[in-house]
Design a protein around this ligand. Structure first.
Ligand code: GLN
Length: 291
């Protein structure tokens, strides 16, 4: 698909229409450096900002950054990027990670959104609540334990004990994990102020290598009252926890902004996931070409 099939090179794009794309590129570079110096993965990585379809076509994987999801979707629509993005995520199913606004765009349904006010890409069978934490406490930081980081093949890269300091800025949460349906999440579309992504069918060759698994909850934010670390603390129910990271096959979403912390651990983990996914995809392409 335009990317460097059969080689050890991987090209990762960061959608650069609006928001914190530059920070992702910086942290990806740092993460690749860690993988190389710790001898965890030896590959040639290229990280680039993506603004149009030819650039997107050259990528093996994509990050959609935080920013303002309405603005990103509007710009994407104006520069004819919405359909290429839907193809990338839902038809050819290349690994994609959305942070904050990026998570909203990757959701199949989003509420607190005016009808017609926002287009979604989709790819994650979840309903997100935009601006979940509201206006009163628009941003906060919280120390998270992210169990998936411990599964990273980190060798002597310490992914284990230290909590991940996460920054939430008018952050969404996943308020509902939806059953996977073969079309659009039309049941959700009838809810007030809720928009849904249009359905797209996975490419049949790609489908041989990718199982459209259920949504996995990768992290929750426990007891917000305890986690909120500013003096605007109000009486919050300390209920079991908001879902703030999910994965479904190779689509990953986080409510918070790892790119603003300078902590590269999630980027390291994600590059490892991408590396495996690209190897699987290339092996499958080679098999298909032989048969
Ligand atoms: N709430 C914002 C939106 O709707 C996302 C905020 C962010 O990315 N920091 O897009």
């Amino acid at each position: 698909m335009g990317s460097q099939e059969g080689s050890s090179a991987i090209t990762i794009g960061v959608l650069a229409l609006q928001g914190a794309f530059n920070e992702h590129v910086q942290l990806l570079r740092e993460a690749a450096q860690i993988l190389a110096t710790k001898d965890i993965i030896q590959r040639t990585w290229t990280f680039k900002e993506i603004r149009n379809k030819p650039e997107l076509d050259s990528c093996d994987a994509l990050i959609i950054p935080g920013g303002e999801s309405t603005a990103i979707s509007l710009v994407a629509q104006r520069c004819n990027m919405l359909e290429p993005l839907r193809d990338f995520v839902k038809v050819i199913r290349k690994p994609t990670w959305g942070t904050c606004a990026g998570l909203i765009l990757l959701a199949e349904a989003a509420n607190a959104t005016k009808k017609g006010g926002q287009e979604l890409i989709g790819g994650l069978d979840v309903r997100v609540n935009r601006n979940h934490f509201g206006r009163q406490i628009e941003s906060f930081q919280a120390d998270l334990n992210l169990p998936f980081l411990q599964q990273a093949d980190g060798k002597d890269f310490d992914t284990s004990q230290k909590p991940f300091r996460a920054i939430f800025i008018r952050a969404p949460i996943v308020e509902k994990v939806l059953p996977h349906v073969s079309g659009a999440q039309t049941g959700q579309a009838s809810l007030d102020e809720t928009v849904t992504a249009p359905s797209r069918t996975i490419d049949e060759n790609v489908a041989k290598g990718i199982k459209l698994a259920d949504v996995e909850i990768m992290a929750t934010l426990p007891g917000r009252a305890a986690a909120v670390q500013d003096d605007k603390k109000e009486k919050l129910d300390a209920e079991a926890g908001d879902i703030i990271a999910v994965r479904q096959a190779n689509v990953f979403g986080t409510s918070f902004h790892p790119e603003l912390t300078g902590d590269p651990r999630i980027h390291v983990w994600w590059l490892e996931q991408v590396s495996e996914a690209v190897d699987r995809r290339r092996a499958l392409a080679a098999e298909t070409a032989e048969s």
